[in-house]
Design a protein around this ligand. Structure first.
Ligand code: HEC
Length: 129
């Protein structure tokens, strides 16, 4: 039994990775975002942000690794959110060292675009409010 589970697991993991990289590529561009209504644009941004977050940021942020603020942890987010989404996005793109630890540039995935970071940060803020 053990012999058959392993290859299955790696096929499954590969499938997940493929899925994550595909969804990364169908992000709406800025023009499409401004054409649609505000609500629909926000919905798209949240959907894209969730995918980016789960495949690039959750590794640290879901479990407070190295002091990464967990989305929904109001005590850890209130002060951070006061600076605004754009300032937080800029720091996430460039990386920074805070009181708790080091946030690597783009969470360590240099292929992410600024817009993808903005979507992920917007998603984190939304679920932390
Ligand atoms: C290697 C672990 C790690 C990964 C991966 C990671 N982060 Fe972080 N992040 C941190 C740590 C640690 C902090 C807190 C640093 C501090 O305040 O001392 C942080 C803080 C933040 C903050 C708060 C910024 C502020 O001004 O307080 C945002 C927003 C953020 N990360 C976004 C992201 C996004 C978006 C991703 C994925 C693209 C990501 N992080 C991936 C470790 C990580």
């Amino acid at each position: 039994m053990k012999m058959t589970i392993k290859p299955f697991m790696s096929v499954f993991v590969c499938g997940l990775l493929l899925l994550a990289s595909c969804t990364n590529e169908v992000l709406p561009n800025q023009e499409q975002l401004s054409q649609s209504s505000k609500g629909a644009a926000e919905e798209k941004q949240m959907a894209s942000g969730k995918v980016i977050y789960e495949s690039n940021c959750a590794g640290c942020h879901n479990s407070n690794v190295a002091g990464a603020p967990t989305p929904g942890d109001k005590a850890d987010w209130t002060e951070r959110m006061a600076q605004g989404v754009n300032a937080m996005t800029k720091k996430s793109i460039e990386g920074f060292e805070g009181k708790k630890g080091v946030m690597p540039p783009k969470g360590g995935n240099s292929v992410l675009t600024d817009e993808e970071l903005l979507n992920a940060v917007s998603y984190m803020v939304k679920i932390s409010q």
